[in-house]
Design a protein around this ligand. Structure first.
Ligand code: APR
Length: 231
């Protein structure tokens, strides 16, 4: 890698696991404890907003109390060293990349933000969102977590597609490769001629598509990988 190369990095729940935040599909993960159709769809929110708020309030309080780990910090260090060349995209909504000082594209939204279900107004969410709160802008729509639910479109897709088109290296860190469009980013990067690397505890559903694999916990593998890049 040269210091003129563009790198796109995609992170998933695995990068925050060692900060104490649960992943979705590992043993005992969030989707083993809750049904997606009960807590992570627009229909779920329309049917039982209190249940959905309880699910996200618990995650928001955990994320608020959590600290970034060495993996988040290493990516912030890489971004600072290679100004403007590192596009960091996360599927996570926990805010740990920002806490580590990185700038990040949130394709699945953020727990720290609220969204109006009617007018798309966004504002900083309170730690605990109450059922029945309405939008401070239009006064009509229900206040919901600004998190992209199943069946909704991820955010910033054009900006992400542009970055993938012009990247020299694509890295996926701590993601199972089971949810699209993020799981398809590696193919887009390959078609643009990028080298690809996966950092994970184990193989993912898209491991076949990566040139290189580094197996191990992110708090160990990501700092070592960044040191290698910056050497
Ligand atoms: N270090 C590195 N990787 C890890 C670690 C760790 N300490 N712990 C777990 N992993 C890996 C797992 O092996 C798995 O591949 O992190 C991945 C977590 O996968 P998921 O739980 O499926 O999380 P993610 O890929 O981020 O899910 C994508 O699905 O439910 C939706 O919107 C939700 O953003 C989420 C999306």
């Amino acid at each position: 890698m040269r210091r003129t190369d563009n790198i796109v990095i995609l992170t998933g729940a695995g990068i925050s696991a060692e900060s104490g935040l649960g992943t979705f599909r590992d043993e005992g993960g969030l989707w083993a404890q809750h049904r997606i159709e009960d807590v992570a769809t627009p229909e779920a929110f329309a049917r039982d907003p209190a249940l959905v708020h309880r699910f996200y309030n618990a995650r928001r309080e955990q994320a608020h109390a959590a600290a970034p780990n060495a993996a988040h910090e290493a990516l912030a260090r890489l971004q600072a060293a290679w100004r403007g060349l590192i596009t960091l995209v996360t599927q996570n909504v926990d805010g740990l990349h920002e806490k580590a000082g990185a700038s990040v594209i949130h394709m699945h939204g953020e727990l720290s933000r609220a969204l109006c279900a009617a007018c798309d107004h966004r504002w900083d969410a309170p730690l605990v969102m109450e059922t029945g709160e309405v939008c401070p802008a239009c006064g009509i729509g229900a206040a919901r977590p600004d998190v992209v639910w199943f069946g909704e479109f991820p955010y910033h897709m054009e900006r992400i597609a542009d970055a993938l088109q012009s990247c020299d290296l694509f890295a996926a860190i701590g993601t199972s490769g089971q949810v699209y469009p993020a799981a398809g980013f590696v193919e887009e990067a390959r078609m643009a001629g990028a080298a690809t690397i996966e950092l994970n505890l184990r193989d993912s559903d898209t491991s076949f598509a990566f040139d290189e694999h580094i197996i191990g916990p992110a708090s160990k593998t990501v700092p070592a990988w960044v040191d290698r890049l910056l050497a």
